[in-house]
Design a protein around this ligand. Structure first.
Ligand SMILES: [Zn+2]
Length: 339
């Protein structure tokens, strides 16, 4: 195996620290559906006129709480301008809809009085700052989960996982397989998003505290993966992910797509993070993440997040400024973006 091929194998098996519980979603040899058409207008492996391909982005993600819908929007945008940000990762939908959704099973932020996504997108665009919409279909608010048990993860003991009011969904079931497409359609046709990002893709076996629940045993998983079946979770997840990306491109061919896979994306999400529970605080983490994508693919761009909090489970503690500087410097030195 050539080094480049070996690196590709490694790449598809690593989905980033933020997605600690994610199953790798690598492309099977024979994907059941065609992927998105190759993007036109970029020069793979070279600088071109696009805003994202081999361009130095300065991306900030503020993972908004529900109460932040009432924050000072002028101050938020001013902070982005003052820090020379040119791409903001903004919570749009999935777990919480930060816009006035018309969909029955899309949980609208109860603290929002107007249209947070609409207001922020127009204000940021007015400052020349692009917007990447964040979606997370891995969980659903417990109020809606109670109405749709047919969408939920089920453990071998027959139990759902409710993590602080957010209930795990299963990629084999209707929420992720079908309803997520309606949410994407509503958001993408309502707002001029420049890019989208997906959090927590694939089959989950643990919660954010690291509690292990095992593979899902819902009716749909038992049907798909039960005795005698040769279908794998990886194939189903990849099929879903590929269809989702093709659908997004049909809705808006200009949207740039990113998540923790190398399948059907433009930007490959990775993370450099500290951790008190896992031994993966590594000085060369950002170098590894950025170079792995650049050295393996001509048509993909790394998006390596330097996580601001200490670790999953310790989100109120900030990562050391020293290691943050090291990782951000590595991001820049190897041609990646500040994130
Ligand atoms: Zn399931």
């Amino acid at each position: 195996m050539r080094r480049r091929d070996f690196v590709k194998v490694l790449s598809t098996g690593v989905v980033g620290g933020h997605a600690l519980a994610c199953a790798p979603v690598a492309a099977p040899a024979s994907a059941p559906v065609a992927g998105p058409a190759p993007r036109t207008g970029i020069d793979p492996g070279s600088y071109d006129e696009s805003w994202w391909n081999r361009r130095p982005l300065r991306l900030v993600q503020t993972n908004l709480r529900e109460i932040d819908a009432r924050m000072d929007l002028d101050a938020y945008v001013r902070w982005m301008v003052d820090h020379s940000v040119n791409l903001v990762l903004l919570n749009v939908g999935g777990i919480v809809a930060n816009y006035p959704t018309r969909l029955e099973y899309h949980y609208r932020n109860p603290f929002m009085q107007g249209d947070l996504v609409g207001d922020l997108t127009s204000r940021l665009h007015a400052e020349g700052i692009r917007v990447m919409g964040r979606f997370d279909f891995s969980k659903i608010n417990e109020e809606l989960a109670a109405l749709r048990p047919d969408w939920l993860y089920v453990s071998e003991k027959g139990e759902n996982v409710n993590y602080n009011g957010q209930v795990h969904t299963c990629p084999s079931r209707g929420y992720q397989q079908e309803y997520s497409f309606r949410i994407l359609e509503e958001a993408i046709t309502s707002y001029p998003l420049d890019a989208v990002f997906f959090n927590m893709v694939g089959y989950q076996t643990t919660d954010y505290s690291g509690n292990y629940y095992g593979d899902c045993h819902c009716e749909d998983c038992l049907r798909l993966f039960g005795e005698g079946s040769t279908t794998t979770r990886r194939e189903v997840a990849n099929d879903l992910f590929t269809r989702m990306h093709r659908y997004i491109r049909e809705l808006n061919p200009e949207i740039v797509i990113s998540t923790y896979t190398t399948v059907g994306v433009d930007m490959v999400s990775t993370e450099s993070s500290s951790s008190l529970s896992l031994a993966h605080e590594w000085n060369y983490s950002a170098t590894d993440n950025v170079k792995r994508t650049f050295d393996s693919y001509n048509d993909l761009v790394p998006m390596n997040l330097v996580i601001g909090f200490q670790a999953i489970g310790y989100r109120l503690n900030a990562t050391s400024p020293a290691i943050t500087r090291v990782w951000q410097t590595q991001n820049m030195l190897h041609g990646g973006s500040l994130y």
